[in-house]
Design a protein around this ligand. Sequence first.
Ligand code: AMP
Length: 627
Amino acid sequence: MSKVIGIDLGTTNSCVAVLEHGEPLVIPNDEGSRTTPSVVAFTRDGDRLVGQIARRQAVTNAPRTVSVAKRLIGRKYDDAEVQKSIDQVNYTIERAENGDAWVRIDGRSWSPQQISAIILEKMKSIAEAYLSEKVTEAVVTVPAYFNDAQRQATKDAGRIAGLDILRIINEPTAAALAYGMGRHGHERVAVFDLGGGTFDVSILEIDNGVFEVRSTNGDTFLGGEDFDNRITTWLVEQFAKETGVSLAGDPVAMQRIKEAAEKAKHELSNTTETEIHLPFVTATPSGPLHLMAELSRARLEALCSDLIDRLEAPCRQALSDARLKPGNLDAVLLVGGMTRMPRVQEKVAEIFGKAPERGINPDEVVAVGAAIQGAVLKGEVKDILLLDVTPLSLGIETAGGLSEPIIGRNTTIPCRKSKVFTTAQDNQDMVRVHILQGEREFADDNKSLGHLEMHGLPPAPRGLPEIEVTFELDSNGILHVQARDRGTGKAQTMRIVSNSGLHEGDIEQMIGDAEQFREQDHERRLAAEARNRLDGLIYTTRRSLDEYEELLEAGNARMIRDALTLAEQAMETGGSPVILQAHEGLAVAAQRIAESIYAAARSHPPNETAGGVGPSLALGGELIDDE
Ligand code: AMP
């Protein structure tokens, strides 16, 4: 049975884990790191880079390097979050035909689903390399606050990557699973998850293997990037004050400052003072300018104090929704790299009245939980049951533009609920069900998930028809809607896909593109391997030629030298076929060296008694007949 992997598809970093012999294992990538930057880049030559290698070249290739795609996935271009990202990233975000936010690089448009698919594919290949087997199934985590469109879009990303996403689970829930596996008894825990892009908090009840999410809350506009931006803005202002030069319009300088800002933030989690030094940050007619600044932990905390304050309200709301007081909690778990910041930890302790748990790796715990859930779905782990909740209310628009909830926030999923509605006008022959997500009273203030139309109602005075609307929320948090006329029994159903951004045809097309890239990548690997082989053969042939040239006939030596020249030319300029040909030519020519060595040995046999007999070579007991 093939393994199900757990993937934490993070805004800044992703992590993959698997359960082996009942134990969760975080899988290191090809560079030995246990997390991989969620960064995708396209080079000038059209090559695709993912992870650390993409992140490393971000400074020099900023407009072709896509980071924080998770902030765009499943969102419209006009969404406030997208508008905010446009100012913060160095690549182009465009409005796609369907109104979604897409990425544009070198004249080609990419949906965030495709970018996320590239990251998922990378995580899949990391797992495959480690497990030495193909992986086709995964559990992927999303912030608890992700709405239907964002979840659906994440599932689509999985399909494009060739992964069957068996389940989407919420990041804090995954963390609680990782914490609670193997623990007995009854515990109430809060999971506080502050990552690169979002903030989530969940309250869970763990009772002998049953994990029940009691409430969840958060802020999709709050994460580590906001802290980095505060430092970046401060640095740019300081620089402008000192030199009179604004760096704001210089993407390379801004990228360097952003990276330095994040590094300084990390350092200030361990020290109280750090220096930021960026030589040659820009050039003016009077010469190059360097950026130098000193940042203290206290100043960082002052720059970000309002961000820290915004952590409080979602925690209080989650506690109140779970009908708990801080004192009722048994543990507080920290998730996400930002929870390494001392001020964040202090704030957590202030809010919950207790120090957070130690000994949990905030970067890995979510992927571990996803891997555990994968094993639960496969039946490998039996004593765990996960009962998650929906983070936002789901309802429909009613007369006067009101929003009428059908499934309330924090309802345990999967669930199914119905309500009966009627018509607003006489002889209405159709009803249009406008499906909404959110807590606001008016439809306009909530997120529109789509419309379901039911035609062919028999003529009737208003208020008489009975239209039953049923919402079914599956375990991935994805909504299925049915409207049924109780009079005629006629029904209309839909799965909410319209706002995931991609239609079936788009997805098929993207799967095809991804496969094409897989083929290209495969071919590129074969080409690289052929080059490496030829490089190795050139090296050994040259060495052997230097050593044994006097044993070779002049004609043979010339032939080998010619083959070497051809091979070196092929290495300089040749494509795959030329490299393969050159390899074959050189391999045949190089055999002459060995032939000459053995021929010389035969005509001058060594004196066997002279140096004694060395250890015999036992090659499967085969003796080579000399004559
Ligand atoms: P995640 O999305 O969980 O990978 O969290 C990434 C965020 O955590 C980024 O904003 C990082 O800059 C931040 N982060 C990682 N390590 C540290 C650290 N030692 N101190 C402060 N922030 C950190």
